[in-house]
Design a protein around this ligand. Structure first.
Ligand SMILES: Nc1ncnc2c1ncn2[C@@H]1O[C@H](COP(=O)(O)OP(=O)(O)OP(=O)(O)O)[C@@H](O)[C@H]1O
Ligand SMILES: [Mg+2]
Length: 331
């Protein structure tokens, strides 16, 4: 059937009117350096979107444009249904932004920072105090509330920063590297908070250097490289784009290793580690056939590990300046 007569079916969550953020052809240059070279985005309301990319790729620039802090040189974007250039005030009223670098005032206490945000958001004194107490507790800052923020650790300042963003109950939140500098427990707490926000219908646009973070949180992920979106999709879709799955067999007995290496002609050898690496799609059937073969050849590997491509592999594959190959497979 020719595509022109195909019925147009738009899944409900992809309908443009429910997009929290949509952008097309966004461009931005600094001098003759092109930072964003035509970026298209479509982020359904109530979802988490992660923007990944190497240092200097333009992630912060994209966040600043979409949150009206700077203007794009070209392209169009709508945030919360409002046009960025025609109605920046309406956009600002609907969003919260936590920048990559802290907005916390160190001279006043954590609580005072929060109350200041409540004032800026036109909350009543009573409501401001209620929201402040609730958020400080939620971010594990109640105990430190009355201390000057300058005495906070980096992680505490980061948590305060994000708590401040939530004071006005924004429907769309931009988080530029929300968990950079947080210890693993604080990072997991932050993930939990982000999930709770999304469960309440909030849309989260985050940038991150932690691929695991995108993998854990994001409904959709875009990888920014050389001014363009190099790939966009769910974590699973991105992982499927690149090869890299393998089964690794490690031996302690050099004879067993040599026997296996001779027999398994398709395997990449790591003679130093006495390890063999077989390409694998990670299916049960394939794993079983390798095990059966080892049994029939009376070879016993001391360790068998299954490696499926992770977002690190995707990131390296998509943002490589020269073609890369894993150390093992290059041997
Ligand atoms: N105000 C500015 N003037 C000139 N160049 C700028 C300015 N802001 C950003 N740039 C440049 O634009 C590019 C993208 O910067 P941006 O901060 O958006 O990257 P990023 O992806 O957020 O990087 P990081 O991972 O390090 O935070 C960089 O080359 C940066 O030097
Ligand atoms: Mg940045």
């Amino acid at each position: 059937m020719p595509s022109s007569v195909m019925p147009m079916i738009t899944p409900p969550d992809r309908h443009p009117s429910s997009a929290a953020v949509s952008a097309s052809g966004l461009r931005k240059s600094y001098g003759d350096k092109v930072v964003l070279d035509g970026i298209d985005l479509q982020i359904p309301a109530g979802t988490i979107f992660a923007l990944l990319g190497p240092n200097g790729a333009g992630k912060t620039t994209a966040v600043k444009i979409l949150s009206t802090l700077i203007t794009a040189d070209g392209g169009r974007a709508q945030v919360a249904g409002h046009d960025l250039s025609a109605a920046p005030q309406a956009v600002r009223a609907a969003i919260g932004v936590t920048g990559q670098f802290s907005a916390v005032d160190g001279l006043i206490t954590g609580e005072e920072n929060m109350l200041l945000m409540a004032d800026l958001n036109h909350l009543s004194k009573q409501e401001g105090r209620r929201v402040t107490a609730e958020l400080l507790a939620r971010f594990d800052l109640a105990e430190a509330a009355k201390k000057p923020a300058s005495t906070y650790s980096g992680g505490m300042k980061r948590r305060l920063d994000i708590a401040m963003t939530l004071v006005g109950s924004p429907r769309i939140i931009f988080l530029d590297e929300p968990t950079t500098g947080l210890d693993p427990r604080s990072r997991h707490n932050m993930w939990q908070i982000i999930r709770e926000l999304v469960a309440d219908g909030v849309t989260v646009f985050l940038t991150t250097q932690y691929l695991e973070e995108a993998d854990q949180l994001a409904d959709r992920i875009a990888v920014l490289n050389n001014g363009k979106i190099a790939a966009e999709g769910t974590a699973e879709e991105l992982k499927r784009m690149i090869p890299g799955g393998h089964i690794r067999l490690r031996f302690t007995d050099p004879d067993a290793y040599r026997t296996a290496a001779t027999a398994l002609t398709g395997a990449a050898r790591d003679d130093e580690a006495l390890a063999l690496q077989l390409p694998s799609n990670g299916t049960q059937r394939e794993l079983r056939s390798v095990l059966d073969w080892l049994d029939s050849a009376d070879i016993e590997a001391d360790e068998l590990t299954l490696h499926t491509p992770d977002l690190d592999d995707v990131f390296f594959a998509l943002t490589a300046t020269v073609p890369t190959q894993s150390k093992e497979s290059a041997r």
